[in-house]
Design a protein around this ligand. Structure first.
Ligand SMILES: Nc1nc2c(c(=O)[nH]1)N[C@H]1C(S)=C(S)[C@@H](COP(=O)(O)OP(=O)(O)OC[C@H]3O[C@@H](n4cnc5c(N)ncnc54)[C@H](O)[C@@H]3O)O[C@H]1N2
Ligand code: MOO
Length: 411
């Protein structure tokens, strides 16, 4: 009789150690200038300064009349935003019709909004003064309350030229993009978002339709792009590989231009699980090989020589999600400089604990604490899809507060 002998189970790294080792294995990317549209979500590598003053010149804050001195005023022209400026300085008693945002002529002492402007009866020329035609005819006179300086936005009043408006390290939000554009920037110096390539392995894995018996729909490839973006990365692409070391070796050898490669499946010890062997062939430095966590125990982290980090996710989809949040998200956050805030919570519901492993339990927040939502088998994303966060339940947990790690929210 043949007796099969297997390697003894080696004690895995703790979940907390794996997570912090993942973060510390990431080497922050060098800052680079990127076009505004690509900078969204990145961190500024230098303070954002105003290349121009806002407003750039003294402009009108209202549609109405720029006036000089005391009224009544003879309307001597019109200035529209983007149009030609009024040439000569206004003399006392003169006005120009002006649009909001248009530069006020030199000599302007105030802007009189249309709503406050009254037609002024002029003895010499009793034309009814109520519109652009009359103004063009040079017959328009207006009067009204025009307190000195009123409704003029002075150059640099909102933002002075050279002002620092956001500090280095600030996240480029959609609003920050608008601000940067207003201040004259076309590019921003940011920590670039790390590029991530995904390799989905498994002969049984199909990518559309109802899987035939013995086949399974890929549930990992579809969640990774959103998770990668959310953690601060940028997807470089997804490749589908058959089981077998050849395709995996070739794909990993061709990934020098990305920062992180994620391999889905092939991380356990079965006959079709080649990741470990291929990493060995390629001379990779294996940093994490198994983590004391449920689900997601067979996860891997390695560095290819002179190349990217490789994250091996287990094939079971919820295990793959747990491993993504343990290894992948901390790496991307570190590379992109986007730290996650730490949240602690009571647990308001029963959870199973594990004697040696951390458990990651899908929960929703409530006023009583985090409530486990159930449906948390490693092969299914049901519980995680219902949840807002994963509660980190340590081995032998005895009721104290637990850390919550955020799940990527919907768009
Ligand atoms: N002898 C041992 N066997 C297993 C262990 C172990 O420690 N010793 N760990 C188990 C655990 S836990 C997990 S998780 C899996 C991880 O296995 P692999 O990463 O090698 O993944 P596969 O074997 O390819 O697949 C596992 C399971 O997941 C399905 N799968 C694979 N890819 C996908 C995908 N993209 N989308 C949806 N489902 C996928 C696959 O069909 C299998 O059912 O190993 C255990 N075994
Ligand atoms: O990683 Mo496995 O169960 O823990 O699915």
């Amino acid at each position: 009789m043949t007796v099969l002998r297997h390697e003894p189970v080696v004690e895995s790294m703790s979940w907390a150690s794996a997570r912090s080792l993942a973060a510390s294995s990431a080497r922050p990317l060098r800052a680079a200038p990127v076009p505004l549209a690509e900078a969204l979500g990145c961190r500024l590598a230098e303070p954002l300064t105003a290349l121009v003053a806002v407003p750039g010149v003294d402009v009108s804050a209202m549609d109405g009349y720029a006036v000089a001195g005391a009224g009544p005023w003879r309307v001597a022209g019109r200035v529209l935003a983007g149009g030609a400026c009024h040439g000569p300085a206004l003399e006392p008693g003169e006005a120009v019709e002006i649009a909001t945002g248009a530069p006020v002529p030199a000599g302007t002492s105030a802007v009189l909004p249309y709503e406050q402007a009254a037609a002024h009866p002029v003895w010499a020329d009793p034309v009814r003064v109520d519109g652009p035609e009359a103004m063009r005819a040079g017959a328009l006179w207006v009067d009204g309350p025009a307190e000195a300086g009123r409704h003029i936005r002075r150059r640099g009043e909102d933002i002075a030229e050279g002002a620092v408006v956001l500090g280095a390290g600030a996240v480029v939000t959609p609003v920050a993009l608008g601000l940067a554009a207003a201040l004259g920037h076309d590019e921003l110096l940011v920590r670039p978002r790390p590029r991530v390539a995904v390799l989905v392995t498994g002969d049984e894995v199909v990518h559309e339709g109802i899987p035939a018996p013995g086949r399974v729909r890929d549930a990992i490839g579809p969640f990774l792009p959103g998770l990668v973006e959310w953690a601060g990365g940028r997807m470089a692409g997804t490749d589908r590989l058959p089981d077998g070391p050849g395709a995996l070796r070739a794909a990993l050898a061709a990934t020098a231009v990305v920062d992180v490669v994620v391999v889905c499946g092939a991380s356990s010890k079965g006959p079709a699980d080649h990741l470990r062997a291929v990493l060995g062939d390629l001379g990779a430095d294996v940093l994490v090989d198994g983590v004391a966590v449920r689900p997601g125990h067979p996860q891997l982290l390695a560095r290819l020589p002179g190349g990217p980090l490789v994250v091996g996710l287990p094939g079971n989809p919820f295990a793959a999600l747990a491993a993504s949040l343990t290894l992948l998200a901390p790496i991307l956050r570190e590379l992109a400089g986007t730290a996650a805030r730490k949240e602690m919570s009571a647990l308001a519901g029963p959870v199973r604990t594990h004697p040696r492993n951390t458990r990651l339990v899908p929960v929703r927040r409530s006023s009583r604490g985090a409530v486990p939502v159930g449906h948390d088998r490693p092969g299914s994303l049901w519980g995680a899809a219902l949840a807002e966060a994963l509660a980190v339940v340590p081995a032998g947990w005895s009721g104290e507060q637990v850390e919550l790690i955020e799940l990527p929210p919907g768009g």
